[in-house]
Design a protein around this ligand. Structure first.
Ligand code: XUL
Length: 528
């Protein structure tokens, strides 16, 4: 029997590791997922992370990620899938940094196929825990970097974002300031995506521009690390950074460990890894498409869209990242995503079905009742002290009012903070865990006044990583494909829900004195 070419995408998110296998004729053929809290109790994570001394410090143990990689590849092997994978790619939560000693290269070269990854790489870390994207403890370092680079506008112009608490540069600076000896012992600083890719590749992997531009360290015009930004961050940083690739490419064949331990073919290729949002852009079929935007409703909520050219816009929030085709994407990130929705659901002992039904049955505009849902410190707008604020007579015991208020707040914050990206989209694609909640899709379509679509395959980041592997592999094999060919075969057939808002409802939010205006005023009053 001739086995069809398959491609594997892995997505290491905040709470889980997911694998998606695709074939060009059948689309998504297999999905697997491992939840960190359930599978690895000895790491004591909650929601996949560990809190530091203060709740603004948030970490994860990279050994847990290595163990999860071993376990998911074993699942794929036990399902007889690894032998048909022609190329694979990694997607991962963005911004987290992994600190590696010089010995990493030797450890990866000498991996023994009888043993799992984590027992063999446990001593290669010069920093035990990796700070992740939820960490907001580096405000001071952001101010120092901003001063070093000549002000916030200059940092945003150079690197695509103002100095941002969760990004690699301020995190590295904090590590260097507090632990100079450990910093000295660090030979390589990987991002989560390049760390996982390094394990698969057998040596230290490059970083792509999707993830690399989310560091405050790259010059987004030249596509190179910025010596100036590195110098403003920590001494000797340039030589510790991996190679930066502006466009996707295959970075090597799978090493013998992958063949001998998991049954991959020795010519299985590895594509450069990327962040979960740049991968979702691909998994939603949005490469080259600027008039449709996307929302990912995961642990974080993100709003993003593709941009062919870099436009010089005044901007103090939101980010510019690279894309697989060497172009750009604009993104805004909200920390109070699924954790805020879940907290409100749990206050009232509701199921997700009941939560959704309340959103479908309650009046749009919530009779002017508003919540600012900062259960955790918020990224957009920047709120370092968490707290829930209620306005317009919203009472804590009002179940329906609070459910509607948290969903409307999240959708309105996305609308208000995404205006800088460009013309409003004609359609919004919604993905990740909560995209199966019809109530949330309906509220988003009402606030945006746009058609909203969701997909059968909610794991768009892992799917995007698989598509990126397929694209690079097939084009390198002289079997040219366009992104749109791949989207036709594996993304579009999966559309599941389409929600269109009635015109009279949109006015409730978007009219000059509508709820969006009121929400903006509430936000401003608490930020001052
Ligand atoms: C994006 C961001 C998050 C992480 C976690 O800037 O911080 O979306 O990628 O998934």
């Amino acid at each position: 029997m001739i086995q069809e070419d398959c491609f594997l995408g892995l997505d290491l998110s905040t709470q889980s590791l997911t694998a998606v296998v695709i074939s060009l004729s059948s689309g998504v053929t297999h999905r697997f997922s491992i939840s960190f809290d359930d599978a690895y109790p000895s790491f004591h994570t909650r929601g996949g992370v560990l809190l530091g001394e203060s709740s603004s410090e948030v970490f994860a143990d990279p050994r847990m990620w290595a163990q999860a990689l071993d376990d998911i590849l074993t699942l794929l092997k036990d399902s007889n899938l690894t032998g048909s994978i022609r190329a694979l790619g990694v997607s991962a939560q963005q911004h987290g940094t992994v600190y590696l000693k010089r010995t990493i290269e030797k450890s990866l070269e000498g991996l023994d196929p009888a043993l799992p990854y984590h027992t063999q790489v446990q001593h290669v870390f010069s920093r035990d825990l990796s700070p992740v994207w939820m960490d907001s403890s580096t405000h001071e370092e952001c101010l120092e970097i901003t001063e070093g680079l000549g002000g916030p506008e200059e940092v945003a112009r150079l690197t695509g974002s103002i100095a941002t608490e969760r990004f690699a540069a301020p995190q590295i600076r904090k590590f260097w300031k507090r632990h100079p000896e450990e910093y000295k012992k660090t030979s390589h600083i990987a991002l989560v995506s390049s760390f996982l890719t390094s394990l698969l590749l057998g040596h230290v992997a490059p970083v792509d521009a999707g993830d690399g531009y989310g560091t405050n360290l790259a010059d987004i015009r030249s596509g190179k690390w910025s010596g100036k930004a590195a110098a403003a961050t920590a001494p000797g940083l340039m030589k510790r950074l991996p190679r930066l690739l502006v466009k996707d490419k295959l970075i090597g064949p799978a090493p013998p460990y992958l063949a001998n331990r998991f049954g991959f073919k020795s010519d299985t290729m590895v594509v450069v890894g990327s962040g979960d949002n740049p991968c979702s852009l691909v998994g939603l079929g949005l490469m080259g498409v600027a008039d449709i935007h996307a929302i990912s409703l995961g642990t974080s909520d993100t709003y993003f869209g593709y941009a062919k050219e870099l436009e010089d816009r005044e901007r103090s929030e939101g980010h510019i990242f690279g894309t697989a085709d060497g172009r750009f994407m604009a993104l805004v990130c909200f920390k109070n995503g699924s954790l805020a929705r879940e907290a409100v659901k749990n206050w009232y002992g509701l199921s997700w079905d009941e939560f959704s039904r309340i959103l479908l049955e309650t009046e749009p505009g919530n009779q002017g009742k508003i919540m600012l849902p900062y259960f955790l410190p918020e990224i957009t707008p920047l709120v370092l002290e968490p707290g829930i604020r209620r306005f317009g007579g919203l009472q804590a015991e009002d179940v329906q009012g609070n459910v509607r208020a948290v969903a409307e707040a999240q959708a309105m914050a996305m609308y208000l903070h995404s205006g800088w990206i460009g013309p409003r989209p004609k359609c919004v694609l919604v993905t990740a865990g909560a995209s199966e909640n019809r109530g949330l899709l309906t509220v988003i379509s009402q606030v945006f006044g746009a058609e909203v679509r969701s997909f059968e395959v909610k794991e768009s980041a892992a799917l995007g990583a698989a598509i990126r592997a397929a694209y690079s592999f097939l084009n390198t094999q002289r079997r040219p494909v366009e992104w749109s060919d791949l989207f036709e075969s594996v993304v579009r057939p999966n559309a599941k829900e389409i929600v269109r808002p009635p015109a009279e409802v949109v006015g409730i939010y978007q009219a000059p004195n509508g709820l969006l205006n009121l929400y903006e005023a509430c936000e401003k009053s608490t930020l001052l």
